[in-house]
Design a binder for this molecule. Structure first.
Ligand code: NOJ
Length: 548
């Protein structure tokens, strides 16, 4: 685990921060965030310890799905800036040692994209076959639209030709036809363009939908595209990462990492995220321990992107029925907090009742798990959701920088609300960067410490991962070990104190140094004894290791 061996694979230890330029910082007072505003905040992100920015879509858009409906893959939404601003941003971020990845949204285009406009105008257009057309909606997969309630079917009739086109998401997002080599060539050009401009990789949207068009010929290997894409990206920018959104169980995710040839370098770990919420709700670490023990081993060049919240609903799809019901009941008691029958449109802090102990537990867990942690903007200060923005937009309100008018986000009223629910306790007056930066006990200060400890302990992402038997259902004990370095982590999910004893033989050493609170612990009679307060977390470096 020498830096010389690991730095090429920078994504394995990246600390990723996801943001939407539109809601991060407005620089010109029009109420919409922009690239220049973000550039002015790079310092903040660098100080926080972020090593990789993930920019949500910023290209020209019809804006019916928050930018995930692109009308020009080579441009910039004029409200946010232009390509010159992108280059400036890349230069500034790189100058502060931060990499930048962008969303690659090529499962579909906007229905206003010139390709689709042309495809619709004439069945003889060369762009007709860029999309997936059928004479009538076929039976079989996919049966359900991704946004049930908002869409009834994944097939929409085109009145002009009488044919139906596929849209896995909204009807204004027609799916591209990956079977068409011209479409694959277009995608390669898009990847080539942005890597040439300087981006360090892509978060690939909706990967399973992208590579598995319904009705594809049986002999087609859908994964061939991902391998091809990985090879191409590697040729254009050797260090570029492909981080995929694959919302499937671990065993199915394995296929997307690839076999002898790499497909995705990183994948979001949806199962662990969902199970973590179950553990928070039940005060029981066992489901999490089980999932983590079974998490498949992957190639050393690949990794998991761990997270708790993102810009979408907190989906509970991968939990069992009773588990899902328990999480819904505890975290989204109000029907309006739920969407699509599967998810919760809330931010982390209010879901955990704003309890600083529970928030610390959650973030400590996130940064202690093997993988590259991903933060969604505003989560580091404990922002709340704004339900009046509607469904998924509830968690996409403007960043709260200070107590000033409009939370320091803009000089004028933002295009999206920043007022919060009356008396919610999560508006800019209560939750903002400025105040928390000056408070050593704030959530922001804690997250900053966790990031620096995570970065100083590469064995978390690189090492051998073991879940220990803590002897207490509420406590997760795990260890990450590489070469002669190891860290032991303890997390108490209960609202009651818990007593844990671990044998030195299981820990793998008999002296521990506390990385969060300072101080040391010496084993006695071959064991360590820990009295953990409610929701406590410990990060303990094993300083006198037993040889294995
Ligand atoms: C997944 C994105 O995370 C989500 O926000 C978007 O609506 C869909 N893909 C469609 O692009």
């Amino acid at each position: 685990m020498r830096p010389a061996d690991t730095s090429d694979l920078w994504w394995r230890t990246a600390v990723i921060y996801c943001l939407d330029i539109e809601t991060f910082q407005d620089s010109d007072g029009d109420g919409v965030g922009d690239l220049e505003g973000l550039a002015n905040r790079i310092e903040y992100l660098a100080e926080l310890g972020i090593t990789c920015l993930w920019l949500m879509p910023f290209q020209p858009t019809r804006d019916l799905d928050d930018g995930y409906d692109i009308t020009d893959f080579y441009g910039v939404d004029p409200r946010l800036g232009d390509l010159g601003h992108v280059v400036e941003l890349l230069r500034i971020a790189h100058g502060r040692g931060m990499r930048v990845i962008i969303d690659l949204v090529v499962n579909h285009t906007s229905d206003r994209h010139p390709w689709f406009v042309a495809a619709r105008r004439s069945t003889r257009s060369r762009y007709r076959d860029y999309y997936v057309w059928r004479d009538r909606p076929p039976r079989g997969r996919p049966k359900h639209p991704v946004f049930p309630g908002e869409e009834q079917s994944v097939w929409e009739k085109d009145e002009r030709s009488g044919q139906y086109y596929l849209h896995s998401f909204y009807r204004h997002q027609p799916d591209l036809n990956l079977e068409n080599p011209d479409v694959r060539a277009e995608i390669a050009r898009i990847v080539g363009f942005w890597t040439k401009l300087g981006v360090d990789g892509f978060r690939i949207d909706a990967v399973p939908f992208l590579i598995q068009p319904p009705g594809a010929a049986d002999e087609t290997d859908p994964h061939a595209f991902l391998r091809e894409l990985r090879r191409f990206a590697g040729r254009r920018a050797g260090h570029a990462v492909l981080l995929g959104e694959v919302g499937l169980p671990h065993r199915d995710q394995l296929d997307y990492f690839g076999g002898s040839e790499t497909e995705l370098d990183l994948q979001f770990d949806f199962v662990t995220a969902q199970t973590a919420f179950l553990a928070f709700v039940r005060g029981d670490a066992r489901p999490l321990a089980k999932v983590l023990r079974r998490r498949p081993t992957i190639d050393v060049r690949q990794g998991w992107a761990t997270f708790l919240r993102n810009h979408d609903e907190l989906s509970l799809e991968l939990l069992e029925k009773d588990e899902r019901a328990a999480v819904f009941a505890a975290l989204a008691p109000d029907e309006k907090q739920r969407v699509y029958g599967r998810g919760i449109v809330r931010r982390l802090a209010p879901m955990l009742g704003g309890d600083p102990r529970r928030l610390r537990l959650a973030y400590s867990l996130l940064f202690s798990l093997p993988g590259a942690p991903v933060l969604f903007y505003g989560e580091e200060i404990g922002m709340g959701e704004q339900p009046e923005l509607g469904d998924r937009a509830a968690v996409r309100s403007p960043m709260q920088w200070d107590r000033g008018a409009y939370g320091g986000f803009s000089a004028t009223r933002p295009s999206r609300s920043i007022t919060g629910i009356p008396d919610s306790g999560y508006g800019p007056d209560h939750v903002n960067v400025h105040d928390q930066l000056r408070d050593p006990d704030s959530l922001l200060s804690f997250v900053q410490v966790l990031i620096s400890r995570y970065r100083a302990a590469p064995e978390i992402a690189w090492g051998e991962f073991t879940v220990l038997d803590a002897g207490e259902h509420a406590v997760l004990a795990h260890r990450c070990r590489a070469d002669d370095r190891a860290v032991l982590f303890l997390h108490n999910f209960s609202d009651e104190p818990r007593h844990v004893e671990l044998k030195t033989a299981d820990v793998g050493g008999d002296r521990l140094h506390d990385l969060l609170a300072g101080g040391a612990e010496q084993a006695e009679d071959g064991r360590f004894v820990f009295d953990l307060a409610a929701y406590a977390q410990r990060w303990l470096r094993i300083t006198e290791m037993e040889r294995s």
